[in-house]
Structures are given as structure tokens and as C-alpha cells.
Write a protein that binds this ligand. Structure first.
Ligand code: GLN
Length: 540
């Protein structure tokens, strides 16, 4: 089938070797960033070998944050890097998991698409994978498609993606496909020397699979020296100038600049005939990170505190604020399971200037979060509640301001008599767990003259992304409003509370949203509620 409908677009395939966690997503996004800056349309595709349809059903401590797209797709956190680096709005279809691929193969087989044939991994599955690539490239009218293959070269579960990408060059022509391979260059403490062997072996694995990399990016704690570039060039049969440093950095936004300085633009030009480069505004914002003249301490009070990746987009949103407000932001992760009362909250929040209670599921740590929120409200501590954070701020307010001692969240206490937070009506009948929440972009109509309305630039309506099953129970709206809570943004039908705040006279910054504004925060345009939080911390 792919022979009928190929593509004349250009493709860049990004693979990784040696170790996982080297920042393949950031490397792919950085290459995309440089090409986007030349005015070309870049579309990212991420291939993941797991058999889940999407990561929506995985624990964030297992696979990092679940990123949500405008169209409601739940995808790998690498899509966060793509959107932040490319300025594109990604689509669920650009996330190609083996779960999705096999689902389609099954449907096609039952329909009779392969009638008379034995359905095999090669060519049927690889053809389908290529067809997905070509369809995306053509439908989006992309100039360049960047395909990132998850995992590490040699992983069994990604072999079919690797094979499909190998076939690309034969299908559409060598001049249209470029392969970039990210590896690891260790500097063992006993020799103090950059070592190339893992890279040699990883490139050998790639070549065994019929792929000759055009670029090798060596992740290292130092710039790669001439000697190691020579060595990799010789042993991996690649031009020396195509060996690029993937330097360890404190901010991922530096990576496009480093790739550029290392000469990647020239290689891309030679191989694919397209321009690329760094945008001056980007360089300036990254430059700001070296001139931070204020310090802010932010506590993220959640339960997935072991893996910072669980809150990846919130951490990125903090970096965006950092560059734009020239403030060094220290993040402290607080495990709210340890917070039993106001004294604990006060002790744990010593030296903290502002608090974020992020999204979450399940009852673990919830009462501790409510204690933290009470502490923030009563002590004028800048506070931002995100999704579950808004819901728990509402429970706290109902209990301690409205006097509803038994107010609770129906997810945590299904039999509660006072379900201030209740399940969305349309969610009641749903039993399947995958892809069934209230997902994706929804508009909210803003209340004029509120803090949030001002932060969003006084727009009548704003759009943010959602991922939840529960909401502020409409039966309690009046009571909350009568006691002084402000609903700063509602769904257009007036039923769902999307943004809340407390009056400026009462509290300098007490704000919550049912959405996940971290998902749309960008270096060039930080999420307004994060910006407002950090500004409130600085202004004190
Ligand atoms: N568990 C809550 C709900 O489903 C909050 C979800 C979230 O924070 N993303 O509504």
C-alpha cells in the first residue's frame, strides 16, 4: 500500500542509544525548533513500542507526566517539548504507539484487507507504520516530519518502528531522509577522559539494522573534544563535523543554541537542502537565565514527588516565568502525606514564597493538601491550585469558611453527605478507563475585573486543556459565592466552574483552575496563572 501513496516531504528520524533518559525528545524538539525558525512547517511524530493505546492509563511515576492535547489526546510527555519548541498544536494521531498500530492491524484483518495473505510483522505492520507517517506528512502539508523512536536501539519492542524508518529512505529517496542518533559519552572518574566505546557499539547496532546515521549527538557533561570527534568519525564512518555535542545543561532551552554552535545547521542543509537556525528572541530569553536577580521558593505539594517528570510541564512553566521575570525559582517537592495539621504545614512551608497544588487522582495525600491550602489561605501565602488543586481549595473553603464541616470530594469519599466536588453528570455511566475523562481544550467565559481576567489579558473567553472527571457541584455554587469565593471563569453554559479566586483585598494571590494551564505555557509566553503566582511572590 505505501507504494501507492508515498510522500515527497522530508523526514528526520531520531533514535537513541546506550541509555534511556538522555533527552531524545528534547534533541528531536531542538532540531525541529531550528528548522521551524527558517519558516518551515515541522510536524513531530513520536513512536512508542508499548501496547497501551496511549499513556493515559499509566501511572505518572512509571512514564512521567501524561500530556494532554487540544484535541483531547493523552500522549507522551515528549509532546510537551515539541509544542514548547516548535510552537505547533500537536494532534493525537501524531502519537504512534504499538497499541494503536496493532489495533488497526486487527481491524484491517477482520475487514478482509489482507484477504488470502498471512498477516506478518514485515511487510504488513511496517507498511502500516509507513502509511501512518506518509498520511500525517501529506494531511498536514508538512515541510519536514520529525520521527522520534522511543526507547534505545536494540529494544525488541521498537524494532518494527526502526525497520519502517529504515525502509523510508528506499521508499522516498535518500535525499529526503536524515537519521540522527543520540548516544552517551561517559567520562569515567578514574580516567577523566571522554569515552567513545558505548557510542561505537550503539551505532553498530543501528548499522546492523541498515541505518547509517547522518548525525551523531553525544550527550556529555563536557563539550566533545577533537579527539573523541575524530574517533567517533572513524569508527562510526561519519563525517567529523556531523558529531555534535549534546551538552548537559541546566535549562533545555539552551539545547537548540548549542546544537547550532556545534554546526548542526550545516549538516541539515547538506543532507536535506533546508535552512535552520536560532531565533534571536529565543536567544535573548535564554540569555536572561544567566541574569536572574531575584529568588523565589515554590513548593509543589503533591504525591508523585519521587519523579520530577510527573510534573514536567509545571516545572517547565516555572522556567518560562524565570526567563521572563528574571527570577531564580527554586522548586521544593513536598509530599503531603506527611502533613497532618497546620503546624506540619507551617514547618514544611518555612522559607517558601508560593505554593502550587497540582493535579492528581486518588485519596493518598489529599487531607495533607487541604491542610496546606488552609495554611496558604489563612496566611496570605500565594497559592495556585491546578485541577485537583482547585477542587481541594473548594473543599477547604466549604469546610472552614462556609462552615460545612463534612464537605468532601466524591472521588475520595464516595459516600460523603456534602459532595462539594462531585462527578460530572456525563461521567456517571462511563466504565472504561482509557480516554474517557473530560479531555482537551474547553473555553471558559471570564468574569471581568478579576485577577485571572487581567492575567489573561482581559479576554472575554480563554481556552485551556482539561483532564478530569469531577467538578465543583452546582448545588454548592451559591453557598461558595455568598461566602466570598469568586468564580472568575465558567464554561459557556454557566454550569462548570473553570477558574476561582479570592478577592485581592483578602488575599494577595489565591487562584485555582479546573484546567491544566501548564500544558500551554511557553518560553515566549508563560502560562498566565504561573506568571501571576511568581509575580505575587516577588512583589511581597
Ligand atoms: N481526580 C480529579 C478528577 O478527576 C482531578 C484530576 C486532575 O487533577 N487532573 O476530577
Amino acid at each position: 500500500m505505501p507504494d501507492k501513496k508515498k510522500s515527497n516531504k522530508k523526514f528526520i528520524v531520531v533514535t537513541g542509544g546506550v541509555l534511556s533518559g538522555l533527552g531524545k525528545g528534547v534533541a528531536a524538539a531542538s532540531i525541529g525548533n531550528l528548522i521551524t525558525n527558517a519558516g518551515l512547517k515541522v510536524v513531530p511524530i513520536k513512536c512508542d513500542g508499548y501496547l497501551n493505546v496511549d499513556p493515559g492509563t499509566m501511572n505518572p511515576t512509571e512514564h512521567g507526566e501524561v500530556f494532554v492535547l487540544d484535541d483531547g489526546g493523552e500522549v507522551d510527555m515528549d509532546f510537551g517539548h515539541y509544542e514548547r519548541f516548535l510552537g505547533v498544536t500537536c494532534k493525537f494521531g501524531w502519537s504512534v504507539t504499538m497499541g494503536k498500530v496493532y489495533e488497526q492491524i486487527r481491524v484491517k484483518e477482520r475487514r478482509g484487507d489482507y484477504l488470502g495473505k498471512t498477516v506478518q510483522l514485515i511487510p504488513h505492520v511496517t507498511d502500516l507504520i509507513k502509511q501512518i507517517f506518509y498520511d500525517i506528512a501529506n494531511q498536514e502539508d508538512a515541510d519536514v516530519v520529525i520521527i522520534e523512536i522511543g526507547g534505545t536501539i536494540g529494544d525488541i519492542e521498537n524494532e518494527l518502528f526502526v525497520e519502517a524508518c529504515r525502509q523510508l529512505k528506499r521508499d522516498i529517496g535518500e535525499d529526503k531522509v536524515m537519521y540522527a542518533h543520540l548516544t552517551y559519552i561517559p567520562i569515567p572518574s578514574n580516567v577523566h577522559e571522554q569515552k567513545s566505546k558505548p557510542t561505537q557499539q550503539s551505532v553498530a547496532l543501528l548499522r546492523e539494522r541498515g541505518i547509517e546515521p547522518n548525525i551523531v549527538i553525544g550527550r556529555c557533561s563536557e563539550y566533545l573534544d577533537e579527539k573523541i570527534k575524530d574517533k567517533i568519525s572513524t569508527f562510526c564512518d561519519i563525517e567529523k563535523k556531523a558529531v555534535i555535542t549534546g551538552l548537559d545543561v541546566d535549562s533545555v532551552y539552551k539545547i537548540p543554541i548549542i546544537f547550532s554552535e556545534e554546526g548542526i545547521n550545516e549538516i541539515i542543509k547538506e543532507k536535506l537542502g533546508i535552512n535552520s537556525g536560532v531565533k534571536p528572541e529565543w536567544k535573548q530569553l535564554v540569555g536572561n537565565l544567566a541574569k536572574l536577580d531575584k529568588e523565589v521558593n515554590i513548593a509543589i505539594c503533591g504525591k508523585y514527588t519521587k519523579l520530577e517528570d510527573s510534573y514536567a510541564s509545571i516545572v517547565e512553566a516555572m522556567r518560562h516565568c524565570s526567563a521572563n521575570l528574571k527570577a531564580k525559582i527554586h522548586i521544593k517537592m513536598i509530599d503531603t502525606e506527611k502533613v497532618k495539621n497546620q503546624e506540619d504545614a507551617s514547618n514544611l512551608l518555612k522559607g517558601i514564597n508560593g505554593v502550587i497544588v497540582p493535579g492528581g487522582f486518588g485519596s493518598r495525600g489529599v487531607e495533607g493538601k487541604i491542610q496546606v491550602i488552609q495554611y496558604c489561605r489563612e496566611n496570605n501565602m500565594p497559592f495556585l491550585g491546578i485541577c485537583l488543586g482547585l477542587q481541594l481549595a473548594t473543599v477547604e473553603f466549604a469546610r472552614n469558611v462556609c462552615g460545612l464541616k463534612n464537605a468532601n470530594h466524591a472521588e475520595m469519599a464516595p459516600d460523603t453527605k456534602e459532595p462539594v466536588i462531585d462527578i460530572l453528570p456525563e461521567q456517571k455511566k462511563i466504565t472504561d478507563k482509557g480516554g474517557t475523562m473530560r479531555l482537551g481544550a474547553y473555553p471558559a467565559v471570564m468574569k471581568e475585573k478579576t485577577i485571572i481576567w487581567e492575567l489573561y489579558g482581559k479576554q472575554k473567553q480563554v481556552s485551556e486543556r482539561h483532564r478530569h472527571r469531577y467538578e465543583v457541584n452546582p448545588e454548592y455554587h451559591k453557598g461558595l459565592l455568598d461566602n466570598g469565593m469568586i468564580f472568575s471563569g465558567m464554561s459557556p453554559d454557566g454550569k462548570l466552574v473553570e477558574f476561582i479566586e479570592l478577592p485581592k483585598q483578602k488575599h494577595k494571590y489565591f487562584v485555582g483552575t479546573q484546567a491544566h494551564p501548564e500544558l500551554k505555557s511557553k518560553l515566549e509566553k508563560p502560562g498566565p496563572l504561573f506568571y501571576g503566582l511568581i509575580k505575587a511572590c516577588i512583589e511581597k
